[in-house]
Structure formats: C-alpha cells, structure tokens
Design a binder for this molecule. Structure first.
Ligand SMILES: CC(C)(COP(=O)(O)OP(=O)(O)OC[C@H]1O[C@@H](n2cnc3c(N)ncnc32)[C@H](O)[C@@H]1OP(=O)(O)O)[C@@H](O)C(=O)NCCC(=O)NCCS
Length: 138
C-alpha cells in the first residue's frame, strides 16, 4: 500500500458510487448522489495513489445535529485502521467547527455486526429504534 492521502470535501458522486458498490452493490443514482455530495456538511475520502479506497460523510446543521453517514472502506483495505481514521477525521471536523463550550451528540445508525466497530470508537447504543418508510417521488 502506498502512502495514503486524505481529502476533505472532494469526494465525487462517481467515487461515492464506486465505494458503495464495493461493499453493498445497488448504488443510488448519479443524480441523487450528486445532490447528496453537494449538500453534505463534510466529506472525507482516502486514496491509495489515485485510487479512492474509503469515504465517510457527515450531514447536519453545524449547531445541534451531526449525523455520520456512509462509512465505507474498500474490502481489501479493511482491518488496517482506515475506518478508525475516517471517524477521527469526522470528529476533528466537529472539534474545529462545533460551538465552543457545548456538548454535541454525534449520531449514526449501524447494522448489528458493525456495532462493535463503533463501540471501539466510543459510540454506544441507546433504546431508540430506527423507524423508516420508503417514499416514492413521482
Ligand atoms: C465498518 C468498516 C468501516 C470498518 O473499517 P475498518 O477499516 O475495517 O476498521 P478499522 O481497521 O479501523 O478497525 C478499528 C477497530 O475496530 C475493529 N473492527 C472493525 N470492524 C469490526 C467489526 N465488524 N466487528 C468488530 N470489530 C471490528 C478492528 O478490529 C479495530 O480494532 P482494534 O483497534 O482493537 O484493532 C468496514 O468494515 C466497512 O467499510 N464495512 C462495509 C461498509 C459498512 O458496513 N459500513 C458501516 C456502515 S454503518
């Protein structure tokens, strides 16, 4: 592995889709993804040479809401500390941009098998359940 490069707010929709496909398949459309990149509060991406190998982003309002989304490390790069690096980058963003002297909840939603990863990084579950519905836009 070459020296890794970390970029802020440069993750493109195409890179997002490529990383999404590498772990989940069935990526969202380019139009949806482009809007999501444009309106994210903070994006971090990691490169091995020219190749994008990991991403994470944060959505929110800079005041009260900091929500972590789409934390992905390309499978062949997992278990090498890159996931931890992504979360550290997101937390640094809050440290540098959050309102001084306040406590800020950083939230995310995780599948059960990923909860131990987040627990290692200081997150814990509460009793709230995730509710959702699919909404069709015609
Ligand atoms: C979850 C994910 C981001 C973790 O990235 P990673 O680069 O493998 O994680 P790291 O190597 O930085 O791991 C940090 C620590 O968490 C542990 N860890 C990582 N994944 C774990 C898992 N699934 N279960 C338990 N522990 C895990 C590591 O062993 C490491 O522990 P250590 O510091 O004691 O050595 C990666 O597996 C991934 O992209 N998965 C597919 C996409 C996904 O599901 N993302 C999460 C969305 S909620």
């Amino acid at each position: 592995m070459n020296k890794l490069t970390i970029k802020h707010n440069e993750l493109t929709a195409e890179e997002f889709i490529s990383l999404w496909e590498s772990v989940w398949g069935g990526a969202p459309t380019l139009e949806q993804t482009s809007l999501a990149m444009e309106h994210s509060m903070f994006r971090v991406s990691v490169y091995d040479g020219e190749k994008v190998i990991a991403m994470a982003r944060m959505i929110g309002d800079m005041g009260l809401c900091y929500y972590i989304k789409d934390v992905v490390v390309r499978p062949e790069y997992q278990k090498q500390g890159i996931g931890r690096l992504l979360i550290d980058e997101l937390l640094n963003f809050i440290r540098e941009n959050g309102v001084s002297g306040t406590d800020i909840f950083v939230e995310l939603c995780a599948m059960p098998d990923k909860i131990p990863f987040y627990e290692k990084l200081g997150f814990s579950a509460n009793e709230a359940q995730r509710l959702r519905r699919m909404y069709r836009v015609e």
